[in-house]
Write a protein that binds this ligand. Structure first.
Ligand SMILES: Cc1cc2nc3c(=O)[nH]c(=O)nc-3n(C[C@H](O)[C@H](O)[C@H](O)COP(=O)(O)OP(=O)(O)OC[C@H]3O[C@@H](n4cnc5c(N)ncnc54)[C@H](O)[C@@H]3O)c2cc1C
Length: 367
């Protein structure tokens, strides 16, 4: 006998769980089907950056709404996600970078967005005392920060389960067929609505449904160091470079930013490219020469979906009834996780979306 539910969610990453949570809280019968185990891929492999700084305008309103939620997650989920609003900076090493960045922030502010500001070289040095070279300044989002991906995943999972959502792990959805009023998922689950939240594998699921949505794969690499002396300040990024550096509460430094390893979607495994990793680590050493003797303890990669415009795909299938997409976060979906559940719950209930979604809808690729 197939399990009958209102909504079946394909993929047990943070976005699948966020959808499950909000749908279950609205009274829907929900099941999450996860091929491996909940949180196996990008949702726990990530750097935990909660960043609205330099976000694409098309997803900025959603990102700002998510940021508001990050501060209230302990109440919303009844558990701590380790969110620390330490801020995020984007260092401009040269006057040219500073001018470009200042123009970007000025344009944002002219449109009424106040979450970013520019800081000069002295303020930057005060914020990041370890900074070695003279830099021109930085853009700064003081309410941004970082959270703990594992705590976040666990908190979302447990909150969704407490709300009544079921989790099925070790189940790969392969066959989706539409019957009169419901989707049949491999004969295991019947549901009128499905959410494709399968990360890097969403593109092929969409194709199997007849939706040709362009999607490639990213395999971003992460490095963790041994514990170091206190490294105060915001999460550090840099104009024109793939960098994100922060200290965890355990004292280790987590360094990422999008330097790419290798991914194999068929096996679901990814590999560190040590040569590229070493090249990528030159910049943090230039910025912070005090790290020269700090040892690396671990590195890894995580697989996720990349869209051509680096924006997620969020919205209903224009072709298939009862199909909703929520994937393609292209390296910055951790920050958005608290909000996507609300968005998808609204869409599935047939309510008008509370945030602008036009630029994120699946049909944007078919113009
Ligand atoms: C190394 C790295 C660092 C990052 N750093 C940041 C950061 O600092 N800040 C930020 O905002 N974002 C960051 N991101 C991006 C963020 O992690 C992702 O955007 C987000 O986790 C995507 O979540 P998801 O739920 O869409 O995908 P996933 O977590 O990948 O979940 C999708 C799930 O679907 C399952 N699945 C696939 N196919 C099927 C199937 N057929 N049937 C059933 N289940 C299936 C998979 O097993 C997987 O568990 C980073 C990503 C990586 C890889």
């Amino acid at each position: 006998m197939a399990l009958q539910v209102d909504v079946a969610i394909l993929g047990g990453g943070l976005h699948g769980l966020s959808c499950a949570l909000q749908l279950a809280r609205q009274g829907a019968e929900v099941v999450v089907l996860e091929r491996d185990w909940i949180g196996r891929h990008a949702s726990t492999a990530n750097a935990g950056g909660v960043r609205t700084l330099n976000r694409d305008r098309q997803e900025l309103d959603l990102g700002l709404a998510a940021l508001t939620l990050w501060s209230s997650l302990p109440e919303m989920l009844d558990e701590d996600c380790g969110f620390r609003p330490v801020g995020q900076v984007r260092i401009a090493r040269t006057e040219t970078d500073f001018a470009t960045e200042a123009a970007r922030v000025q344009a944002l502010q002219s449109d009424g967005y106040t979450h970013e500001e520019m800081i000069n070289a002295n303020d930057l040095k005060a914020l990041l005392p370890q900074l070695g070279p003279e830099c021109a300044g930085a853009s700064y989002a003081r309410n941004d920060g970082a959270a703990d991906p594992h705590l976040t995943l666990r908190a979302f999972r447990r909150a969704a389960e407490r709300a009544g959502a079921r989790m099925m792990e070790g189940v790969t959805v392969t066959q989706l067929s539409r019957h009169n009023t419901y989707w049949d998922l491999d004969g295991i689950v019947h549901a009128p609505n499905i959410v494709v939240a399968a990360g890097a594998w969403s593109g092929s699921l969409a194709r199997s449904l007849g939706d040709e949505l362009p999607s490639r794969v990213r395999a971003s690499m992460m490095t963790v160091t041994e514990r170091t002396s206190p490294f105060p300040g915001p999460v550090v990024g840099c104009v024109g470079a793939a960098l994100s550096l922060k200290q965890t509460t355990a004292g280790t430094l987590v360094i990422g930013g999008g330097v790419q390893g290798r991914a194999d979607l068929n096996t679901g495994r990814s590999q560190v490219d040590f040569e590229r990793l070493a090249i990528g680590l030159r910049l943090p050493l230039q910025l912070f020469p005090c790290l020269e003797h700090v040892r690396i303890t671990r590195c890894w990669t995580g697989i996720e979906a990349l869209t051509p415009d680096h924006l997620p795909v969020i919205g209903p299938s224009p072709r298939r009834e009862g199909v909703f997409y929520c994937y393609g976060f292209s390296g910055h979906g951790f920050e958005l996780a608290p909000i996507t559940g609300f968005v998808l719950a609204d869409l599935i209930a047939g309510h008008a979306p509370r945030w602008p979604l036009k630029a994120l809808c699946p049909s944007r690729f078919w113009k």
